[in-house]
Design a protein around this ligand. Structure first.
Ligand code: ADP
Length: 263
């Protein structure tokens, strides 16, 4: 921002100082805006054909299953799983552009927190045979938040726990109350994260090390989006981890009692 001053005179010949303020959008900022806009448009354009292909694969899978072509049906089902992955990558890119331009929207409802956890855990257990998702849920109660967005954070924690623990089986999902907040943790016994890198994992595009790209694919956006969601919901997000031992990812949210409209 730059300011410049210039003297002028009113009808009584009294000097008035005119101040002009110019907001200088630096070239870097402009580039960042253009990059965000491009990612937004590109991911939006990618979403449409993926949705259409997905609809066709589902019809095909049904037809093949009915015909008893189980081998072909299972190939189509694998295609569908990859399309889900593609959809979720595109969704992450769209969310990031929304966050960066302040357009991430929330739809609030009041819901039973542990119900949501069980729903997500059951869904994700179906996607893995190698891992055992263990629920350790203490009574929590109701929260007032965007259910879809909270579910998105949980999915991110659990899919990360699965991805980054290729040689261990158990993943423990705990919920408990801590004063006026509900706390969730997802613990794995996988590769872990060194102390100095733990704080950086919530940054946009941050991945612990470049060479893991081949072994553990990803864009480095999930935890950034999760932390933005939890911050907006008035909660906290953090990690405890030991390299080579595993990680525990946490988030907390303020508790709300369900509103009784009859009183
Ligand atoms: P992505 O998994 O797509 O790279 P995230 O934003 O979800 O992106 O995670 C950022 C980074 O944090 C990952 O690249 C990984 O290095 C590290 N990380 C996240 N979860 C775990 C975990 N459960 N165990 C070990 N490292 C993790």
């Amino acid at each position: 921002v730059s300011a410049s001053g210039k003297a002028s005179y009113d009808e009584n010949d009294k000097a008035i100082l005119m101040v002009g303020v110019t907001i200088d959008i630096t070239e870097q900022k402009l580039l960042q805006q253009q990059k965000d806009e491009f990612i937004g448009i590109a991911s939006h354009e990618l979403k449409t054909p993926v949705t259409s292909i997905k609809a066709y694969t589902q019809v095909l899978e049904r037809i093949l299953t009915q015909k008893g072509d189980t081998r072909e049906a299972s190939m189509i089902s694998k295609m569908d799983a990859q399309l889900n992955r593609l959809n979720s990558l595109i969704g992450d890119l769209l969310d990031v552009t929304k966050i960066n331009s302040g357009r991430l929207q929330f739809n609030y409802t009041t819901f039973d927190f542990n119900h949501l956890i069980t729903e997500v855990v059951e869904d994700l257990q179906r996607t893995t045979e190698k891992h055992n998702l263990i629920e350790d849920l203490q009574p929590t109660g109701f929260i007032h938040a965007d259910r879809e967005r909270i579910s998105q954070v949980l999915v991110n924690f659990i899919t990360n726990a699965i991805k980054y623990s290729p040689h261990t089986k158990n993943i423990i999902i705990n919920t408990h109350l801590n004063n006026d907040e509900v706390v969730v943790s997802v613990q794995d016994f996988g590769i872990g994260i060194s102390k100095e890198k733990q704080q950086r994992v919530f940054e946009q595009f941050y991945r612990v090390s470049g060479e893991t790209q081949h072994t553990f694919p990803g864009l480095g956006l999930g935890l950034y989006i999760s932390s933005e969601i939890i911050k907006r919901e008035g909660g906290r997000i953090w990690v405890e981890s030991e390299e080579g031992q595993g990680s525990i990812f946490y988030f907390s949210l303020p508790v709300r009692k369900p509103v009784d409209h009859n009183n």
